[in-house]
Design a protein around this ligand. Structure first.
Ligand code: OAD
Ligand code: ZN
Length: 232
């Protein structure tokens, strides 16, 4: 059986009602990245950063996985260990849709950790009325468990091994501008994978994509998954 590796970005959650980053009216149109998504921004104004991520977390509680998330869950159930999912998204929608073989490389909105002792917390168990939540163990401030610019994404070793061993690499709803994720397609292709993408606009790394479909993940992915399953 062919090994499938999937990479998703904000576009796959757009049809659930989550704002993307770089589309017109996206998050980075109204917020400065260096203020809300960098270690320096957090040091300067942790309250502003927490407000931003509290809003993002609240947004995830109001939405549901869409047909694209559900199609990936169906694909994993059929392929089992021949499926793996890497996501840049922090909204938790893939897990809610039922995916288990998943690497959330940019972290998750539902979790926070202590800047002093690294103790992890579920955001749902924190007092979100306080400006900046504090650690119950050591009293230092907590930060969202989200990877910021200039920080190293999670699971890069595991991801590299998957990129080198997959047969098909499918990229869904990402602008292909943020590294290292934007470069994954090059590694996959270099090691022999067939590369496929679905996106509402042409991604920056289009040159490395063998099959490109312009459109919405929620509309194009479910029939694509059905075709893959028919060919098994
Ligand atoms: P972007 O906002 O950069 O790109 C989203 C892409 O999805 C765009 O190319 C859209 O055209 C496309 N899109 C929108 N709706 C779609 C739909 N329904 N179906 C298919 N495609 C759709 O988001 P990302 O590429 O995920 O990092 O951004 C990557 C990283 O940059 C994020 O993880 C975040 C951000 O800064 C951090 O916060 C560290
Ligand atoms: Zn602590």
């Amino acid at each position: 059986m062919k090994k499938y590796l999937i990479l998703t970005g904000a576009g796959i959650s757009a049809e659930s009602g989550i704002q993307t980053f770089r589309d017109s009216g996206g998050l980075w149109a109204n917020h400065r990245v260096e203020d809300v998504a960098s270690p320096q921004g957090f040091q300067k104004n942790p309250k502003l950063v927490w407000n931003f991520y509290k809003e993002r977390f609240a947004e995830t509680l109001k939405v549901e996985p869409n047909p694209a998330h559900l199609a990936l869950s169906k694909l994993e159930k059929a392929l089992q260990d021949d499926f793996y999912l890497i996501t840049q998204n922090v909204d938790g929608l893939h897990t809610r849709a039922g995916n288990k073989r998943i690497y959330e490389m940019h972290g998750r909105l539902s979790s926070a950790f202590c800047t002093g002792c690294s103790k992890r917390y579920q955001v749902s168990e924190l007092d979100l009325d306080s400006d900046v939540p504090l650690c119950s163990k050591c009293g230092k401030i907590l930060r969202p468990d989200v990877v910021w610019f200039e920080e190293i994404p999670y699971y890069l070793y595991e991801i590299e091994a998957l990129l080198k061993s997959c047969d098909v690499f499918v990229i869904l709803g990402t602008s292909g501008t943020v590294y290292p994720a934007a470069g994954f397609v090059m590694t996959a292709k270099l090691f022999g994978a067939h590369t496929i993408a679905i996106n509402l606009s042409k991604p920056d790394n289009l040159n490395f994509i063998d099959e490109f479909y312009l459109g919405k993940c929620g509309e194009l992915l479910p029939p694509m998954v059905d075709r893959i399953l028919e060919e098994l």
